[in-house]
Design a protein around this ligand. Sequence first.
Ligand code: ATP
Length: 516
Amino acid sequence: MATQEETFKKIVAHCKEYGFVFPSSEIYDGLGAVYDYGQNGVELKNNIKQYWWQSMTLLHENIVGIDASIFMHPTTWKASGHVDAFNDPLIDNKDSKKRYRADVLIEDQLGKIEEKIQKEVDKAKKRFGESFDEAMFRQTNPRVLEYQAKWDNLHERYSKAMNDMDLEALKQIILDEEIVCPISGTRNWTDVRQFNLMFATEMGSTADGTMKIYLRPETAQGIFVNFLNVQKTGRMKIPFGIAQIGKAFRNEIVARQFVFRMREFEQMEMQFFVRPGEEMQWFEHWKQFRMKWHKALGLGDEKYRYHDHEKLAHYANAATDIEFLMPFGFKEVEGIHSRTDFDLSQHAKFSGKKIEYFDPDLNKSYTPYVIETSIGVDRMFLSIMCSAYKEEQLEGGDVRVVLNLPAVLAPVKACVMPLVKKDGLPEKAREVMDLLKFDFKTTYDEKDSIGKRYRRQDAIGTPFCITVDHDTLNDNAVTVRYRDTMTQDRVKIEDLHDLIAKAVDMKHLFRKIVAE
Ligand code: ATP
């Protein structure tokens, strides 16, 4: 059995070999934590974006989209708090010269204690079987209580240090907990320092006419500064939402784990404006809705969990993450935040403009509260790739590498193959392709044996392979081979369209989401 780390390496290699993701400017040896999507990656990514976009704008008549610029007036980032507070505490190990986020090192330590507790619980569960009372066990087992006390203590110190941004206290925790650098194995740490994550550049050409501007570190602010524009021109009534998909940039300290943490990445964010006082019920609503959106893809319900935030950002009064089980553990894919009226109030203050909403039902004006759902396209892409990648042992000792991608997201839906390159089969195959290609991303392949062609399609996750053979010329039927089961069916050409549509139509997912 391959370790999780080996599996992850294989997934990264597979992404490159099959045109999903390449290192950026690879011929110059790449650029740290920047990646390019290849011919298959971009299709998968576009499908993810479409799934998100449509689930927002089609399923909700009160959600509309925008596409704001990456460059924004620099005061935006003063108002949002990013100039002063978008910092990560960093620490270096003097032996390995590796740089870490101090908060991540401590959170990993908390995670290790949680794992120990879980191990005790799992052991006891096995021992006691049906009669096991987990809550009681957690409250009374001396080992668990000891770990829990340790966790509570560490957590309290950590929360306080983060809330006060007390860098010395953070370092002291790392020393007291005897946290070692995973590379050098030593505890030879530098002091903890603050590091602003925004990329800056200059706009304008003359020396005294230039202005320092930032590449946006999140898409959300483009929505907030357009709140009045959209509300007024769209005649939007509270509650309503504004959705946006776009690039964001962060000068991440530690860029690891492939497209999980990039310096240029893409976000899908939706800001939902509500009446003050109603934010908690909307927060709950969006928590549930977003989880349903994830689970409808069928990657496995057990791979998701919520992680409520211990430390709230300066703007939030509630926050949770949706985490996905990657090969390197449960990791944040999406954040859901109750941002209060912080952003709109700040922009009102810094711009001197009144940013309020007149509520005709209440007959008064107020600054709306905001619930944000914020998901990284690239992390979503990675979670899908990780759950889809399979190495199957076949009879006869062969190994098949297959991507069990949800059919709706697969880059290519069907590949049409003439059995041989003669006897009129290629022409017939082209006819079949012409029937499908306006609705589905369809490819044509006539090279190598059918078996090899199947494997190529398996490796990029194509759900349907359609083979045109000599019988097709008489019976107008083809052999459809299904990716997941490798079984084959004889299907009439006229039925192909419906067969594929049934499997790849997003509306089936949307129905699932709104069903409950
Ligand atoms: P983390 O704690 O992992 O740095 P974050 O809490 O700073 O993430 P948010 O600011 O909440 O992330 O951003 C919302 C979403 O944007 C995240 O859930 C993630 O999917 C995505 N995201 C954030 N930073 C990156 C990055 N460097 N690379 C890829 N995706 C990212």
